[in-house]
Design a protein around this ligand. Structure first.
Ligand SMILES: [Zn+2]
Length: 215
């Protein structure tokens, strides 16, 4: 996990064998710094394939997509983009009204999304597979990724944070949908919730219980 700098979302790198998953890329302003850090730590050694996944459509999560892709490609790594279908379409059309790039004084450069996922689909990384859970509310395309294993992880994007939930007043947001999405997440057993901003959620059930109070 890389705690996002400035306005950036958190950026996660998950590796299995010669493949890796990058979850969200921040605004792009610090993408090279994140990449250098991974490189310096040796996390990218022997890497062949990367999937860059976006938890949702906002600029602070997708702004670094193309910078990150170019950095990996310079290393000879093959890069694919993945997102839930609605998020993918917004990225491909570079839909400013949803991406909100103008709020950061930037123009998002749209690009092709190779893998379009629906609720219940799996994303395969090396020997592991992550389940896509469509969790609209913060935006229409917002999704979480769930990984089973010794440590059960849930990448929550801006749907669920430590002690709070994502705002629902932005375009395509819906409080009603978010409420349903949180209930969907409540059914999963999770050891660590990994949100799009802020800190790790260690008490999954307690956290959901706490956010229910103001939903
Ligand atoms: Zn967001």
């Amino acid at each position: 996990m890389l705690k996002g700098l400035g306005w950036d979302s958190n950026v996660y790198l998950f590796r299995s064998g010669k493949e890796a998953l990058v979850i969200d890329t921040g605004t792009g302003k610090n993408a090279e710094r994140y990449f250098s850090l991974w490189l310096g730590e040796g996390y990218l050694r022997g890497l062949k394939h990367v999937i860059i996944f976006n938890t949702h459509e906002h600029f602070d999560h997708v702004g670094g997509n193309l910078v990150m892709k170019r950095l990996f490609e310079r290393l000879g790594v093959n890069v694919l983009f993945a997102a839930q279908r609605i998020t993918a379409e917004v990225i491909e059309k570079a839909k400013s009204s949803v991406i909100l790039d103008y709020a950061y004084g930037k123009r998002f450069e749209g690009h092709n999304v190779d893998i379009k996922l629906e609720d219940g689909d799996y994303l395969k990384i090396g020997k592991r597979k992550l389940l896509l859970i469509h969790t609209p509310g913060h935006t229409a395309g917002s999704s979480c990724l769930y990984l089973e294993g010794k440590n059960r992880l849930m990448f929550t994007g801006d749907t669920l944070f430590k002690g709070t939930v994502g705002r629902t007043d932005l375009p395509t947001g819906s409080r009603k949908e978010l409420r349903k999405s949180i209930e969907k997440l409540a059914d999963f057993e999770v050891d660590f919730g990994l949100p799009g901003h802020g800190w790790i959620i260690k008490d999954w059930c307690g956290n959901i219980e706490a956010v229910r109070r103001f939903l």
